[in-house]
Design a protein around this ligand. Sequence first.
Ligand code: COA
Length: 402
Amino acid sequence: MSATNFSTTTAATVSTTAPAATPTAATPTAATGIAPVLTAPPAPTAANSPALQAAIARGAIAILGTGSHAPKNIVTNDDLARQGIDTTDEWIRTRTGISSRHIGANGEATSDFATRAAQAALADAGLTPADIDLIIIATLTPDLPMPACATLVQQKLGARADIPCFDLNAACTGFLYALDTAWAMVASGRYKHALIAGAEKLSSILDWQDRNTCVLFGDGAGAAIIGATRARKSTFAGSHFSPLRAGTLPPEIIGVRLYCTPDTELLHIPVGGSLRPHTAGTYAQRQHYVQMKGKKIFKIAVREMERAAREILEQHNLTTNQIALVIPHQANRRIIDAIAKNLNYPPDRIFVNLDRYGNTSAASIPIALDEARRSGRVHPGDTTLFLAFGAGLTYGSALVRW
Ligand code: COA
């Protein structure tokens, strides 16, 4: 069975897409066929304002906008059973909390989802592709081994041709790794607006004959714009705010903690890299697909996300009472419930959307963040806690004030 021949139960687009941008700086010249490199510094904009410079000096770097996108094909648990996978809706829902997931079509790729999410995030931030001077895509399913998915997003967005664009692979923790990287690069004062996205087409690396893994994952992307805090008018009802006004704490990335404890065979794809390139034999043994020891991962995920939460709260002298909303990696409802119980944190203040997406790896947190904001779960002044865990084993936490 291929990843993309499922019948579609519901065809609802969850895109929050802004109109496609017209390519500008990256358009190849007729004479050379090569995109011209901009040499002139960007024209002064609001991004160079004294208020912004002051914010940079204070280190107040914030998430200025978010967006998300998922392919329109929705595949329910019953659809999977109907397609011949030896499973039931009841098993998947009770063991994981997942009811359905989005699966990309043939011809759709990770950069398409990331670009749509990025367009929505830019619209939310009130910016255009020309304002972006750094693109980082967190993904383990880039369109191609090379070039980087970020370069394809740059091209599809029509972003500037003189900016760094690169991918980052920290599996399901990828968005927090990208957040920390972009935060540091913007805080250095060398970049004004970073576009970061977590984006995946996991359906392309799943073994659709392995019920232990294929029912758990889905496709999609979430994006955020990272920049020094400035006054802005959010597109979300009820969340207009002007963070630089007197007496108000600016929205801010308060802290990020990243970890990696090597255990490289609990969740991996055994072949396809420089150590073990594909051969006819490895294809026949289906070794080019995701393999996972689910029970072991489950226990470590609970333990390490709890640890990442405790350590970041302690570092910033915060208690769980001061966290308005937790946005965890969306892998399994029982993992999330166990963390809530261990931290003695009210489950109704944890954002969960895995029932409709499954585990979308690096896209999981930014999709959840965008949905949380758009559904009114995040308010000015709120502090949110992000918790992530993934292959590697990578894990981490982040605190963001809005
Ligand atoms: N449908 C029906 N039965 C299934 C099934 C499916 N999709 N997948 C596995 N089973 C079967 C197993 O074969 C096993 O059968 P057996 O007892 O006859 O051998 C039985 O269900 C129980 O399997 P078990 O592994 O004990 O289930 P579990 O309660 O541990 O749940 C996971 C399995 C994968 C859902 C759970 O371990 C998990 O979520 N782990 C974390 C995975 C994860 O989040 N990874 C990503 C981290 S970023």
